[in-house]
Design a protein around this ligand. Structure first.
Ligand code: PEP
Ligand code: MG
Length: 756
């Protein structure tokens, strides 16, 4: 008999029992009889977790008086080991195993062989199903498979409270749902509390046993087909378009998606009588168990990919398309994802999104920039997420400390709330600085501007008292739209932004799409061209060549700024002629509007971003054409170090306070002296205190930063004496260490300047 046939035989009989009017205990008693009979085993027992202990709930072959009496702790005896390690045991001689523990009340001394499988629910053992035999024999693979399939059915029945009541079902997992702390890398500082929501929600399997096997086969066949199509088209999706590892991940996905062995095992599980959903989960459980036995980090990574894919397949089969965003957030949420694109994050309800936990991620990835702009704390590179956090779990996210407490104890939650209150007090203090101009101790006025990208962000301008918007990322509108935004929509947005800013300047950066900011309507074009999108056809390169795109944006900006001052900045300028070409597009549109006798902007200031190191060598040629220059340290540092800003493996490798970056930035500042061009920094670097100190110390007087950093940086500016700081920086840069972090931290703390 095949494994499928053996399991099917058991399942058919179990179906009858489950459909019967028997009470829970009666059903369990029947289940052990059926399994024992079908596997020709003298003993079959079911242990279920209750109040943290594995309790014998039903048995055939052991003393009935032991039922609800024999209890083992997790990890105790063979049963306890199976639950703890969530693995199968198959022993010809149970007593020979070092973990064997004899329980006299069961009368099990006469049995030699033993096989047990965990009853798993949501990746945790909630019980154990085992068989024992007088003869010392190892159970055959098909018997073990049949046991595993049965355990799966039992787990769903337990979860659906058909075997025990709801309270017990909840009590069952108490051992496995205690508080846990996860560690990750701080990506956006802050505190947040809420309930876990997976970006790609898990599918709850409600029906385990198939009614019509052919129909289930067909469903899974179609789902595989669809999944393969999706994987083939994945390169263009933001979810996967992030990160230098994406090629590798994609290759692995393809390998699994087309793996005949995987689809065959799922089909076998269907033949055994499971629904398509249950079969996918059953095979996944089996793989998880096997992988746990192999302690290899590389394989663990691959397992992660397979989990992702199995979840994708499940969602296709179950018809659950779309991410959690499409279902809406119902309460305060900590969002959990492997990785996210910026557009995907923007789909979430800002009011309910209290934090993000990423399994990957890096400091300057755009999703992180968006989160920073939304003031949502984020940690990345977090390990053990899927095995620890269940959908709906309460989470306290302390992104500043790089940790997340899952299912906290009440006293921990109270302490967290107290810290929360403190941090709100601090925010209130910063708010008091709103109308205070940031003069240094020595009397120099520093321009502290903010970065923005959405209409909603503009509220932060008056809340923080920033000097204006030093970087308006116009591409955010492109990222949140399903199609290329039309001219009217663009004009409306820019006009609203200018209205909201009042007298304060707003520097509009023309679209910077491409790289990790992929948009669906251009994705295939970008992907087709680029092996390395960050250095590829993006930003100005794309805008200049995409017929109409730049023209439309130019016209929208000119119309929106009619009668006022307009600041336009071009991203990723690599050579001066690119600046000229971009400016020419504006000049032509201006001429057109003039001919139409339209009201024009009073004044137009053109600027460029310095993000590509090559531009620093031709500043003498570029500066005379500009009214301002803004240094994009996010891209600049990735190009200086040849380190992909979205690659999680490189996220911590290089420091913004390294001498190479700081010397480079100082040289740019020095070569612009006397040019009359206003030079500032608009990368994430300027929003961090020690980095801001370094920038002030090498001559920068304008920073454009994330709104949440405006208060802290204003506070810092007011404590600085520039002459003193400049002298210190020059000294450190003359004979530097690997990084100036320690020196700057020492300097700050000696002056009572907060710096974490
Ligand atoms: C930068 O590169 O530093 C920058 C400000 O632009 P973005 O982060 O949008 O690429
Ligand atoms: Mg950039």
């Amino acid at each position: 008999m095949t494994a499928a046939a053996a399991a099917r035989q058991i399942l058919l009989r179990l179906t009858e029992v489950m459909a019967s009017r028997l009470h829970a205990q009666g059903k369990l008693d029947q289940v052990v009889e059926i399994i024992g009979e079908c596997l020709s085993s003298e003993v079959c027992s079911i242990y279920l977790l209750r109040e943290g202990m594995l309790e014998l709930f039903a048995t055939r072959g052991l003393n009935q008086s032991a039922v609800h009496v024999t209890r083992m702790a997790i990890g105790e005896g063979l049963t306890g080991q199976i639950a703890r390690k969530v693995e199968t045991l198959n022993l010809a001689e149970a007593k020979a195993h070092p973990d064997f523990q004899y329980r006299p009340e069961t009368g099990e001394e006469k049995f030699h062989s033993f096989a047990g499988v965990p009853i798993v629910y949501r990746e945790r053992a909630v019980g154990v199903l085992c068989v024992q035999h007088v003869e010392p024999r190892r159970y055959e693979d098909i018997e073990i498979e049949a046991l595993q399939t049965t355990a799966m059915v039992l787990s769903e029945l337990i979860a659906n409270a058909e075997l025990i009541d709801e309270e017990e079902a909840l009590g069952l997992t108490s051992e496995m749902v205690g508080p846990q702390t996860l560690a990750g890398l701080t990506l956006v500082k802050g505190l947040g509390a809420g309930h876990a929501v997976y970006h790609q929600p898990r599918v709850e399997i409600t029906q385990v046993m198939a009614q019509d096997i052919e129909a289930e086969r067909e469903r899974v066949y179609r789902a595989f087909d669809k999944m393969r199509q999706q994987i083939d088209g994945l390169a263009s999706q933001a979810e996967f378009g992030v990160g230098g590892e994406h090629e590798e991940v994609l290759e692995t996905y393809k390998m699994f998606a087309y793996d005949e062995g995987w689809s065959r095992r799922i089909n076998e599980a269907i033949d055994a009588g499971l629904t398509a959903e249950a079969a996918i989960e059953r095979v996944q459980q089996h793989t998880r168990m096997r992988m746990r036995e192999i302690d290899d980090p590389l394989l663990a990574d691959r397992m992660h990919d397979l989990e992702d894919l199995a979840n994708r397949l499940l969602r296709i089969v179950a018809g659950q398309v779309g991410t959690a965003a499409s279902q809406g957030l119902r309460r305060d949420t900590i969002l959990i994802a492997r990785n996210l694109g910026p557009a995907e994050l923007l789909e979430y309800d800002k009011r309910r999104l209290k934090g993000v936990i990423l399994e990957e991620g890096s400091l300057t990835a755009h999703v992180v920039i968006v989160a920073r702009a939304m003031n949502v704390p984020v940690i990345g590179r977090t390990k053990g997420v899927r095995t620890t956090i269940r959908e709906g779990d309460e989470i306290l996210l302390d992104a500043s400390a790089g940790s997340a407490i899952v299912r906290p104890l009440p006293q921990v939650a109270d302490a967290f709330q107290a810290r929360f209150a403190k941090s709100r007090e601090k925010q209130a203090l910063y708010a008091q600085l709103r109308d205070v101009e940031p003069f240094t101790r020595c009397g120099t006025r520093i321009q502290v501007m903010m970065n923005a990208g959405l209409r909603d962000d503009m509220a932060a301008l008056s809340m923080t008292g920033a000097d204006g918007v030093g970087l308006f990322r116009t591409e955010f509108q492109f990222l949140v739209s399903a199609t290329l935004p039309q001219r009217e929509r663009q004009t409306r947005l820019y006009r609203d932004v200018l209205d909201a800013a009042g007298d304060k300047p707003v520097i509009f950066r023309t679209v910077d799409i491409g790289g990790d900011k992929s948009v669906p309507y251009l994705a295939s074009e970008i992907a087709a061209q680029d092996e390395n999108p960050a250095m590829g056809w993006r930003a100005l390169r794309l805008a200049l060549e995409r017929e109409g795109l730049m023209k439309i944006q130019a016209r929208s900006l000119l119309e929106a700024a009619a009668g006022r001052s307009l600041y336009v900045m071009f991203p990723m300028v690599s050579e001066p002629w690119e600046f000229d070409a971009a400016k020419q597009v504006f000049d032509e549109q201006l001429a057109f509007l003039r001919a139409q006798k339209k009201l024009l902007p009073e004044r137009i200031n053109f600027g460029a971003m310095l993000e590509v190191p090559a531009l620093a060598e031709v500043l003498d040629m570029l500066l005379p054409r500009l009214s301002f220059l803004s240094i994009g340290t996010n891209d600049l540092t990735q190009f200086l170090f040849a380190a992909d800003r979205a690659n999680p493996k490189l996220a911590e490798r290089y420091d913004w306070l390294s001498p190479s970056i700081l010397r480079f930035l100082r040289r740019v500042m020095q070569s612009s002296v006397g040019s009359g061009v206003d030079i500032g920094v608009c990368g994430e670097m300027g929003g961090r205190r020690l980095e801001a100190l370094a920038l002030l110390g090498i001559g920068y007087r304008r920073l454009s930063i994330t709104p949440a950093a405006v208060g802290p940086i204003k506070e810092l500016v007011r404590k600085v004496d520039l002459a003193e700081l400049t002298a210190a920086m020059n000294g450190w840069l003359a004979s530097p260490h690997r990084s100036l972090r320690e020196e700057l931290a020492g300097w700050a703390s000696a002056r009572d300047i907060e710096y974490d």
